[in-house]
Structures are given as C-alpha cells and as structure tokens.
Design a protein around this ligand. Structure first.
Ligand code: ZN
Length: 168
C-alpha cells in the first residue's frame, strides 16, 4: 500500500503516450485574455496524467467515502475503540488520497504558472481564474469559477476539496 510518491508521479507522467495527448477543447470566450501556451511535451503529458488521476481518484474517494459513512453510521459509538477501529484506520488512508490529489492538482497549476512569461504572470495576477483552452492556450478569465467545498461532520475537508474542486 505504500507509494513512492515522487517515483509514482515521475513515472506516471512519463508513461503518457504521445498519441494520448490531446489539447483541451474549451473555446476561449470573449473577455478571456490569453497569457501563454503549453508547448512543453512533459507539461502536456502532466495535463493528461492529472486529468486521468483526478477522475479515478475522485470516483474512488466518492465510493470509499460513501461506504465508510455507511459503516460509521451503524457503529455503536459508546463502544468505540479508537486504537483498534478499522474505520478510523480507513479514514487516514482516504485523507492521504485526497491530499495527494490536491498536491497533484496544485503542482500542475504551479507548473503551468511557472511556464508563463513575466508579463503573462503579471496579467494573471490581475484577473480571475486561470484555465487551459483549445490549442493549448493558457488564458485568464475575469469570471472566477465558483469553488464548491462540501463539508460533512467528521469527514476531513481535504477530501471534499478534491471531490468538489471545480477547476478545469
Ligand atoms: Zn473509529
């Protein structure tokens, strides 16, 4: 179950086949300002890897969370033994999974921002959300996308951040 995170990420990105690399399909809309373009092959691969991983991870987390909540609901909490509770154990794993998803997403956007020119980066600081568009254009849009974070009692917010993150 242990995972060598750097190795996993490096090899995951490298393993994306060039044939699977497709530019995002979103069209740039009026008011959006193009601030750069993703030209680096590795960054394009990272985009594909991130998309696949987040999709799988969100699905898995949603299923596992649902299961876990169901199990916890049936517990007799007066007899809860925190040191030997399989649900508390499972929660730790889920929390890490959510954290890794967030790190992958944050790292991707940090890599995109790092690829921008000084001018592009400055324009980004003036606008709303950053996004990737058709033909690998990087644009800043004045309308910030709403970011929905659902919170539930006893469930770590980091999980829901990754489940509910709406960044494209
Ligand atoms: Zn427990």
């Amino acid at each position: 179950m242990t995972r060598e995170l750097f190795k996993w990420l490096r090899e995951g990105v490298a393993s994306v086949a060039e044939a699977d690399i497709k530019s995002p399909e979103n069209e740039i809309e009026e008011g959006d300002v193009v601030i750069g373009e993703v030209t680096d092959l590795e960054l394009r691969k990272f985009h594909v890897f991130r998309g696949r991983f987040l999709k799988e991870s969100r699905q898995k987390l949603a299923e596992d969370c649902e299961q876990l909540i169901e199990q916890v609901m049936r517990l007799d909490l007066s007899k809860h033994d925190g040191d030997n509770c399989p649900h508390c154990r499972a929660m730790v794993g889920l929390e890490l999974e959510g954290e890794i998803g967030k790190v992958v997403d944050d790292l991707f956007w940090a890599a995109i921002k790092s690829s921008l020119s000084e001018d592009g980066l400055f324009k980004l600081s003036k606008g709303g959300g950053i996004g990737l568009y058709k033909d690998w254009k990087i644009a800043v849009t004045p309308r910030a996308h709403p970011r929905v974070i659902v919170r539930a009692m006893g469930i770590p917010a980091s999980l829901f951040e990754i489940l509910g993150g709406l960044r494209g």
